[in-house]
Design a protein around this ligand. Sequence first.
Ligand code: URA
Length: 216
Amino acid sequence: MTTKPFRMDGVTVVTHPLVRHKLSIMRAKDTSTARFRDLLREISTLLCYEVTRDLPLEDYPVETPVGPTTGQRIAGKKMVFVPILRAGLGLVEGMLELVPSARVGHIGLYREPVTLDAVEYYFRAPEDVAERLCVVIDPMLATGNTAVAAIERLKERGVTNLRFVCLVASPEGLERLRGWHPDVPIWTAAVDERLNDHGYIVPGLGDAGDRLFGTR
Ligand code: URA
C-alpha cells in the first residue's frame, strides 16, 4: 500500500485517521466477517460525510423556543445512492444513517471471470433519477470496468450529476474511470499499488463481497 500522497485530478483520497485505522483492520485476512461488515458500515459513514461536503444549501425560516432564525437545508431533490451489487450493499446502510432521506437504486454487474468485462443482470432506480445527484458506490475500484458500465447505464437514463465512492482503488481503475467519465469525481479511502493478473487489487483486502457476506 502506498503511503505517498496520491494526486489525480477529480480524485479525493480520504486520509482521515479513523478511516485509515478501520481500513487497516479490514485488510487483515483474519478479520471476521462480522467485524469486516461493521467496519465497512462505519467507514461508509465517514466517506459519505466527505462526498456530501459541498452540497448546496438553501435558507428557510425556523422558530426556536426563543425566537425566529434562519435555518439551512440541503437544496434540491433527495440524492440517490446506487450500490453496485453485491459488495456495494455493504456501504449503503452507513450512508443512509447520515442521509436517511436518500433514495437507493441498485445495479447488478458481475465481472466475467476471463475477460473481466462487466455484465449487467439487474437495474432499478427511482423514476426521476435523472433529476437527482447519484452517488455510485462500490468498495473496490479494480479494473474500473464495472464502475464505467454502471455510470454509463445511469447516463443512459439521463443522469448528469454523478459521483463515485469506493474504499480501495487501483491506479489502473482510477485512470480508466477518469478517462471514460471525466465529469464524475471520485472519493476513495486508499489508492493501492496495482492490479494482479486476476484483476484483484494488491495489497487490497481480497474479495470484498466474499468477506462481507462470508461466502468464501
Ligand atoms: N473486487 C474485489 O472484491 N476485490 C478486488 O481486489 C478486486 C475486485
